[in-house]
Design a protein around this ligand. Structure first.
Ligand SMILES: Nc1nc2c(ncn2[C@@H]2O[C@H](COP(=O)(O)OP(=O)(O)OP(=O)(O)O)[C@@H](O)[C@H]2O)c(=O)[nH]1
Ligand SMILES: [Mg+2]
Length: 343
């Protein structure tokens, strides 16, 4: 799963990328190289299991962030648009700190401006396809769907605002519409503003659109990322934050792409496995190893909190907190799963 960091030039995409990945990148206006980095998803459940088992290895879920070079003179350039089409979700970085010339940011204008540009880019794609389908009359269902999308876009509504079925989403997947991609907003603020809520107008705009909004200062987060783990929380606390803002941001990004975490634990490894929401037990087992999927017999499932509270699988079994589930079981976020299989 790939998440693209997008936004206007100088909004702090590269700085946010650096804060998330710990990869030192060129910041500064016009540094337009595309950077890719893998990020661990902080997970207190995995930490709790690791305290219980003291395993040899602890493995977190991971997501890939791409700092998308923002070629931008009269609008987002083609290359950037195409790169944006190739990611699974977008995080727009909004500048709320003064630029090198001392100009304050206007995050709301960046949000609406970017929205307009992506709407127009999608409209171009949809219009071309609608014209084609009208002409050759080959697929009335698809035409009807695209007309609906076109209507929304023309009314300045992103495609994600429409209530689309699973089937319709599948039909649309080949078009890689930008306004259909999940979007998370990141307000990149001045160092002294990290503990302040986002401005009301921006919060309202985000909630009207059903978009998540995370406040952070990329520069502060970059500093935190350089520290030892134990110091990170203390430093965050000294700024009035419960945890580094980048942790909240990464978790929000993880939720954006509709993944949940299946957990496994034992003396060898405690681990979070990112799996799509709604996945059935055998397919989830296949994420660990194809043999386990093929030879799937059953899944023994404990909710992570029960396991941590009671302290062992045996205690959970005694207390009736261990469930035996079959092939049709839908894995839930935070399930600690032990698969029984036979090959
Ligand atoms: N004060 C302050 N400055 C920041 C913050 N984040 C980024 N900057 C500065 O803003 C400038 C632009 O940041 P970048 O991360 O390069 O922005 P970008 O979006 O990657 O820019 P392009 O790649 O040119 O589109 C740099 O000089 C950063 O040091 C922040 O949180 N606070
Ligand atoms: Mg950059």
């Amino acid at each position: 799963m790939r998440i693209g960091l997008v936004g206007y030039p100088g909004s702090g995409k590269s700085a946010v990328f650096g804060a998330l990945t710990g990869i030192a990148v060129d910041t500064g206006f016009g540094k337009q190289r595309e950077n890719v980095g893998v990020v661990k998803v902080p997970d207190a459940r995995v930490d709790a299991l690791a305290r219980l088992y003291a395993p040899k290895k602890v493995t977190y879920a991971e997501i890939t962030f791409t700092d998308l070079a923002a070629g931008h003179s009269e609008g987002i350039d083609r290359k950037t648009l195409n790169a944006m089409r190739n990611v699974d979700a977008l995080c727009q970085v909004l500048r709320d700190f003064p630029d090198a010339a001392g100009q304050p940011g206007d995050p709301l204008a960046e949000l609406t401006g970017f929205e307009m540009e992506t709407l127009l880019a999608d409209l171009e794609v949809v219009e071309a396809r609608v014209a084609r389908l009208r002409k050759d009359r080959s697929n009335p269902n698809e035409l009807h769907l695209l007309e609906r999308i076109q209507e929304a876009l023309e009314a300045e509504r992103p495609a994600r605002a429409l209530d689309l079925s699973e089937e319709e989403r599948k039909t649309l997947s080949g078009y890689s519409l930008l306004t259909l991609k999940p979007l998370l907003l990141v307000l990149n603020v001045k160092e002294e503003d990290v503990a302040k809520p986002a401005p009301d107008a921006l919060r309202d705009a985000a909630s009207e659109r059903g978009l998540g909004l995370v406040v952070l200062s990329a520069l502060v987060e970059m500093e935190i990322a350089q520290m030892e783990e134990a110091d990170q929380r203390d430093f965050a606390a000294s700024l009035g934050l419960a945890e580094p803002a980048s942790h909240r941001f990464i978790r929000a990004a993880f939720e954006l792409i509709d993944l949940i975490s299946m957990l496994t634990s034992g003396p060898d490894e405690c681990r979070a496995w990112p799996v799509p929401r709604g996945i059935h037990a055998p397919r989830a087992a296949g994420k660990i190893h194809s043999d386990i999927e093929r030879g799937f017999i059953r899944a023994e499932v404990i909710h992570w909190e029960d396991l941590v509270a009671l302290g062992s699988e045996a205690k959970c079994r005694e207390a009736g907190k261990l469930r035996v589930e079959g092939k049709s079981y839908v894995v839930q976020d935070g399930d600690v799963v032990h698969f029984r299989f036979n090959v």
